[in-house]
Design a binder for this molecule. Sequence first.
Ligand code: MOS
Length: 768
Amino acid sequence: MSRKVIKSVTNLYDKKIERLAEVPDEKLPPLKNNKELKYIGRGISRIDGYDKVSGTAVFTFDKILKNMAHARILRCPHPHAKIRKIDITKAMNIKGVIDIITKDNTEKIDWYDGDTFIFDEHLRYQGDEIACVAAENEVIASMALKKIEVEYEILSHVTDKMTAVKEDAPKLYDWGNISPDANPAKYNRGDYEQGLKNADQIIEEEYNTQFVIHNPTEVHCSTVDWNGDHLTIWDSTQGIFAVRNSVAAALKIPQNKITVIKKYMGGGFGAKLEAGKYTVMAALLAKRIGRPVRITIDRKEMNLAVGNRPDSYQRLTVGVKNDGTLTALGMTMYGAMGAHRDGAGCQWPLRSLYKCPNVKVEEYHVAINTGRSRPFRAPGHVQGTFAFESIIDMAAEKIGMDPIEFRLKNYAEVEANWEIPWTTKLLKECYKQGAEAINWKSKRNKKAGEGKGPVKRGVGMASQIWWGTGGPPAYATVKLNRDGSVHVLSGTQDIGCGTYTILAQVAAEVLEIPVERITVSLGNTDEHPYGPSSGGSMTASSVTPAVYDGALQIKAKLMSGASALLGVREDNLVYSQGVIYSKDDKNKKKSIQEVVRETHEQILVATGARNARPQGVMLNSFGAQFAEVEVNLETGKVKVLKIVAAHDIGRTINRKLLENQFHGGIIQGIGYALLEERVIDHYTGKVLTTNLHNYKMPTIKDAPEIEVIIVSEGDDQISAIGAKGIGEPAIIPTAGAIANAVYNATGVRIRTLPITPDKILNQVYNIG
Ligand code: MOS
């Protein structure tokens, strides 16, 4: 297999970046079609299932080191303040308190791209970090927090983005409150004004989406340990290399002096894609006290300080001809990024879901005095798809067209932003199979809200587009031992989705050996070749091709060894289930163990790499979800009865894990649509929902029947494996489909998430 250094690859947002690392750009042989595959595609159970259900799996929180101290963070109780004075004397006098760090006794360390420091005297939200205590146990550390005396200069605050953009609003930064990166972020294509003139109907609507909190089951935590000048970090993270690199930069030590380890994890959803301030604080404390330190963020801190999905105000305009042709799409949006800079936009679904020549977008990303937003499972697309797919349904209704027909009428055959074709796009097939499975024809009310009685039923749908088709750099080392057992190693991580299992399946497929003979080792920056952060639905699509490459290299070595041992030319050999035979004489054979031993090898090792992305084509996943809901107009309660998720996600690697992902994403999407909201009292600037009692996440009782339909097979332009990611597509269309179903059931259109009973009743009874 030939390899060369390629000049450039197209990244997610089409910026040209130079790559010097070795990236194979020649194609490996694609996999066979699904039916002929023995391991890939099958719904085998997680290979780490025993560890997890037996409780023997070591999560970061379980990592206990000898002589370990426990750290807790003092956080600002006010939404906006400056520190006048900190006095740690009383706290230090508590028995069991070992050390306390603050801005007064540490160096200034830049954080959040230089917008702030690890300890800043300017506190910009309730939850901002003031001090960190190391104590003999967590109880003492928590007690000590109460004894730290802080004198504040209280500043006026703003916790609402539409207030924050006004002239006289309190300002968080020298640059004001609107992010200089998006003031506004603009996009134009075609002639929007002319597009509106060409329209027969113009629909204008306003939508609002709420802040939601990731709230993964496992809280954020790190355990850190110095050994001389080497720092080891056990971290609950979606990106071991990302953590290593930012902690190295913060502490100004070389990256090779830090090892980051993560074995098991209870979810992240985007909130754990980057290093936390808490990890740096733990490292500073551990260095000062000469002991390992564990730091854990509690549920209240989770709800204040480690990320959220930004909210949105979206004013959308749709121009449409009476025959259903879209002529113009417009969007003005404001999203709150919290107290530090981060993206809060949601323009992509509007720009890329349908064919429309004239598009105009203006986005403002606004700083407010609350915890910073972070990527959250399909950042932007979840907010954007809810609003855009709602107004698309309204446009269809206005011209008297069925919503699916309307979407087909405006089906994009070519990606509109760059005018290039997709590698594959099977969205039509998603519409067709999804509609059949939900029984669209018989269940869809011709007129919204028709039918007698207070309990109404209806169906609705929404479409999905996402990136997540993977790319370099991603490496995996495959090792074949003398006994025929196999080790797969990659510096990516399994954040709970099943990465351990799918990588074993790929090696099993190539080497034709049972999954039980394969061990997968992930999540160690020193021991494993580089693997990507687990974000953007990129892990399976990036790493499985690297394992495939590595396993094929091992197989090639085995074939060449067997050829020498058997005295048979390689093209006269056949590989079957770990045994290599001569085509002419089935008795002439060598098992893979024999080949390794008899060629006097101790072990065979090969490192595979993820291929470059194909050029000149667009890479996206697609899907459509269909919701059937029941709405009680006397109580306002919405019950989701069924979700059909029909998606084009390339190759399925593991059917069971794939369904897991869809169930998780859809239930999280139901939370977004109906239940979840971070509520702020704007007067005090404080968050009212800081625990899982009043921050309402869905439970299994809210879970509907879920049917997952995959319309695709491998997309071999993407990679030889041909997988597109599924983690994020699973949640993208859920809220839009539910909102459209609620409208179909009741005739009530809720434009502000979550769709709570009060909002439905207010409209039914015409209250404000
Ligand atoms: Mo995701 S928001 O890339 O974890």
